[in-house]
Design a binder for this molecule. Structure first.
Ligand code: S6P
Ligand code: ZN
Length: 188
């Protein structure tokens, strides 16, 4: 059609086992020190940073898309297994800046939970394992948590205009945390 600035179709190769995207435009690396303020046991996190040399906590591989209505952003996140004190490794979590935007997560490997929260305090927790898809509706903050022994590998897709708001959920916190005690997952 005349007048449309056509975006060129493209393809991406993803190693589903390793959770690595070939030739990503952007690779975000979050180390343990970037998680300060998120875990219940702050001194346990400091110990990890001190004794393990600020190890990688999670990585995100993504394609950079035009941040405008109509496009989709997508990528892979790879969250390491482990505990901070008794609390399972997790991502920071965020609302979308355009709150009324949804997201889909498809678990490719490992196991864990997606913890979600609304601004009125509702909380939801969905279990994830390979082959399971979680729908995050508009207006829910979301964080992934690795409760397994392997890396938790997730494919995510969301509207490209959504943006990320980390500040509000950082102040509010998520109502539920996920721990491992004597090998058992405890959500409280
Ligand atoms: C983006 C999507 C994921 C997360 C990633 C890391 O909307 O939800 O790409 O960015 O899982 O989590 P976080 O909370 O550090 O952005
Ligand atoms: Zn998101």
């Amino acid at each position: 059609m005349k007048g449309i600035n056509y975006f060129q179709p493209f393809s991406v190769d993803i190693n589903l086992m390793k959770g690595i995207m070939d030739a990503p435009d952007n690779r975000v690396v979050r180390t343990a020190s970037s998680m300060r303020g998120h875990y219940a046991d702050e001194s346990a996190l400091e110990k990890i940073i001190r004794e393990q040399g600020d190890p990688i906590h999670y990585e995100v591989f993504e394609k950079i898309m035009p941040q405008e209505y109509g496009h989709l952003c997508f990528g892979i996140s790879r969250l390491q297994p482990g505990l901070v004190g008794e609390e399972c490794f997790m991502t920071k979590g965020h609302y979308h800046s355009i709150l009324e935007t949804a997201e889909i997560y498809l678990c490719l490997g490992g196991e864990g939970y997606l913890v979600m929260k609304t601004q009125n305090g509702d909380c939801a927790v969905e279990y994830m394992k390979s082959g399971r898809l979680v729908y995050v509706p508009p207006c829910w903050a979301h964080r992934s948590v690795n409760t397994g022994e392997e890396e938790l590998i997730l494919l995510f897709i969301y509207p490209a205009e959504a943006g990320h708001n980390y500040g509000d959920i950082e102040k509010e916190g998520f109502p539920k945390r996920i721990f491992k005690r004597a090998g058992k997952v405890v959500i409280e």
